[in-house]
Design a protein around this ligand. Structure first.
Ligand code: PLP
Length: 400
């Protein structure tokens, strides 16, 4: 055990599960421990490092800003914030979602969710929320009200403090029809349930959800914190529904938006902004110039590198290889699900996914848990066929 490992287990508050590995640096698709041992990163730090690690145009941009200005309170304007705001709004417009012209900049995913909930409650004057069972939106106290994944494991200790929320079955429009009413301020939903097990809804589902929300005057909050920014092979997961008539009131971003720096965003339209009084949500570091430089550099690089288009080719190969493996090991692998580089491998219920993750880690591959029977791959978008081959061959050895 290194001193880093000891401090991690003895002095850092133990709310995080301990993976028994300390990581010191990264390059491309690899992470390195303090001894320089190389790990293939198939988790990108829970979806953050979409472009991988090491020197890049994104890190160059961030470095320059460090000497110029790191923080600037949101009550003052700032050129980096203006640039990031303009760029993200342009990207949203490009995918066909119109009317979005305001951004609240926050620091991490759950803060954006929290702010979005507050916006909905105050703008509608209603006092109930709607969310699918098994969704994950983060862990602040208010946000736990809509985070019911893992059979409510994170909510249970705080049950009596949660906001009034009604839950419905994800992917089942009849279940929502029975639940929705004009008492609901907002419906918050993940386009794909990620932490909940990589669960995809039926093709027409989100269009129907958006129509029902309109009918009842319920604000629709789309949480693209994990699915967005290319993770599912498109800039936004929901852009595929726009031709079918899909619309929403708030779009949430987080994870990789700052090129690795902590930043999140609530993107809204003018009519909602007009109903939000001053002071409803602020934070000291939200929209700071350093994170904003990360946003601009990241969005620039995402566009210039055309990595989203390229990643779709490798994603197709990854799914093919995993499905071949499922055919060979159909007594161990129950299902392969996902889109782009958000992939779940559901295992037979007698297999402990944590044990498989441990064995992958022993063989120098980092993957992630999700739900009680599924392992999750969220690699950087830059992985190549050789990395897919290594993962599939290693998984075959472990499961055989
Ligand atoms: C869909 C979704 N929403 C919100 C969050 C919360 O983000 P954070 O952990 O940055 O608070 C996550 C985190 O995994 C997420 O996947």
């Amino acid at each position: 055990m290194t001193i880093t490992d000891i401090i991690q287990s003895k002095n850092v508050v133990s709310t995080f599960p301990n993976r028994g590995l300390s990581l010191a640096s990264g390059n491309g698709v690899y992470l390195y421990d303090e001894k320089g041992e190389e790990y293939l990163d198939m988790g990108s730090n829970f979806g953050v490092n979409l472009l991988g690690y090491g020197p890049s145009p994104v890190t160059e941009g961030i470095k320059k800003q460090v000497d110029i200005l790191i923080n600037c309170h949101g009550s003052f304007g700032n050129p980096q914030r203006s640039q990031a705001t303009k760029k993200l709004l342009e990207q949203v417009e490009k995918v066909g979602l119109t009317g979005f012209n305001r951004i609240l900049w926050a620091n991490y995913g759950a803060e954006a969710v929290d702010a979005a909930i507050k916006f909905a409650l105050i703008a509608t004057g209603r006092n109930r929320l709607l969310s699918p069972r098994n969704d994950y939106h983060g862990k602040t106290l208010a946000v736990l009200s809509v985070t019911s994944s893992n059979e409510g494991k994170y909510q249970k200790p705080f049950q009596k403090f949660l906001l009034s929320t009604d839950y419905f079955e994800f992917g089942n429009i009849e279940s929502l029809k029975k639940t929705i009413s004009n008492q609901h301020a907002a419906l918050i939903i993940e386009p794909i349930q990620a932490e909940g097990g990589i669960i995809l809804p039926p093709e027409d589902y989100l269009v129907q959800v958006s129509e029902l929300c309109k009918e009842y005057g319920v604000l629709l909050i789309i949480d693209e914190i994990q699915t967005g920014l290319g993770r599912n092979g498109r800039f936004l997961n929901v852009q595929k529904y726009v031709p079918g008539g899909f619309d929403c009131d708030m779009i949430l971003f987080g994870k990789g938006l700052g090129g690795g720096l902590p930043v999140s965003a609530v993107v809204i339209k003018e009519e909602l902004n007009a109903k939000i009084p001053k002071g409803v949500h602020t934070s000291t570091t939200g929209g700071n110039p350093l994170s904003m430089t990360g946003v601009v550099a990241f969005l620039d690089e995402l566009e210039k590198s055309q990595i989203i288009d390229k990643s779709r080719v490798i994603s197709k190969y990854f799914f093919e290889q995993l499905r071949n493996l499922q055919t060979k090991l159909n007594d161990k692998i129950v299902d392969i699900r996902g889109e782009g580089f958000m992939i779940g491998v559901q295992l037979l219920e007698t297999i402990d996914p944590m044990d498989i993750l441990k064995k992958l880690q022993q063989r120098k591959i980092i993957a992630l848990p999700c739900s009680k029977d599924t392992i999750r791959f969220l690699p950087p978008l830059i992985i190549q066929k050789e990395h897919v081959d290594k993962v599939c061959q290693t998984l075959e050895v472990i499961l055989s």
